[in-house]
Design a protein around this ligand. Structure first.
Ligand code: ATP
Length: 329
């Protein structure tokens, strides 16, 4: 029995339970050709994926709420005219979709390859931070983009990705969202989505860029407690949570078109749109620099390569995203 088998069984059972209805342990055991004890053991792990599972004698197992699974065909169907631009692969598990796609990039994966992962056990954020997700609650995916320009030309890219996510969410009917420099999507002052860009190549090019996005559909209390900043999710909106596969398809569609725009004209052509969404535009903020020191000032906007323009007591200063964190002052 391979080490991955128990997890595969757990996922297969959870797929069967996705409707949120009761399923008898006996029937599940028969369908999967295992004993009831094996079913019970496999489902004991549900909690570690952030799920609440009820087990009721005489009735069976039921998830506290239905689960939306990723479905490559549904995602492809939602891509419309961009169907040829991306190639989507769905995976049950990866430590980090970015790390896996970076590996695939080294092995020659094509531009437009997308890995969408049901469960990330070691999701990454900037500066070695952790991206937390529960099974079915967040969308975590990475897109590989190869471009002729070198890393030096890519400095505004993470902001461009923020613009793509804003366009995608608007297309899905989500309102009241904004951006926080360099690229978080904010809803009701909490972080709705984060972006992590990792690149291979040299300053002159060509480059292989992996764009990772984590977007919260529903953040259960259990998960909220693990996150050290304000969090928000689509479930808190006054509308039904958009279908997960559709959210992914619409995000990819908008990413593909924004990347084309970025390749032609750079971030400059997206700058005004980005600034119109910045929740801290012309507002006082504080920045934490890599050495831990703080700088305060008023946000004037961003430069054509995505750096933050801050009016300080010593005049206007420019900050590159690298290792800077921004908060409202
Ligand atoms: P900052 O907002 O401090 O500048 P960052 O943009 O560098 O952070 P990211 O790399 O986007 O951060 O994401 C990592 C951070 O996001 C974590 O340190 C944590 O505070 C927060 N976080 C982790 N998981 C989630 C989640 N599911 N939803 C919202 N925020 C999260």
């Amino acid at each position: 029995m391979s080490a991955d088998t128990p997890r595969q069984l757990t996922f297969a059972l959870l797929r069967r339970l996705a409707d949120g209805e009761f399923h008898s342990g006996e029937v599940l055991a028969r369908q999967f050709g295992v004993t009831r004890a094996t079913v019970n053991n496999a489902l004991r792990d549900a909690g570690s994926y952030g799920l609440t599972l009820y087990s009721v004698r005489g009735r069976g197992y039921r998830l506290a709420r239905p689960l939306q699974w990723l479905d490559a065909d549904a995602i492809r169907a939602g891509l419309g005219a961009e169907r040829g631009a991306v190639h989507v692969e769905t995976l049950d598990h990866a430590a980090s979709s970015n790390a896996l796609l970076l590996q695939r990039a080294l092995q020659g994966a094509a531009s437009g390859t997308v890995l969408a992962v049901e469960w990330q056990s070691a999701g990454r954020g900037r500066l070695g931070r952790t991206w937390h997700s529960g099974l079915g609650d967040t969308l975590t995916f990475s897109l590989l983009w190869r471009c002729e320009s070198g890393l030096a030309a890519l400095s505004g890219l993470s902001l461009a990705v923020g613009v793509a996510m804003m366009r995608a969410l608007a297309e899905l009917g989500v309102s009241g969202i904004g951006l926080k420099w360099p690229n978080d999507v904010i809803l009701n002052e909490g972080k709705l989505a984060g972006v992590l860009i990792e690149a291979q190549g040299d300053m002159l090019g060509p480059s292989a860029v992996v764009i990772g996005v984590g977007l919260n559909l529903t953040v259960p209390e259990l998960l909220r407690g693990r996150i050290d900043q304000a969090v928000s999710d689509l479930a808190s909106l006054d509308m039904p949570v958009p279908e997960r596969n559709l959210v992914l398809a619409v995000s990819l569609k908008n990413l593909a078109s924004v990347l084309r725009e970025f390749a032609k004209r750079g971030f400059a052509s997206l700058r005004a749109e980005w600034e119109s969404h910045h929740v801290f535009q012309m507002r006082p903020v504080k920045l934490t620099l890599p050495d831990g020191s703080l700088v305060t000032g008023t946000v004037m906007g961003v430069t054509d390569d995505g750096a933050l323009r801050l009016a300080t007591e010593q005049g206007e200063k420019i900050f590159h995203a690298g290792e800077v964190s921004l908060r409202g002052a």
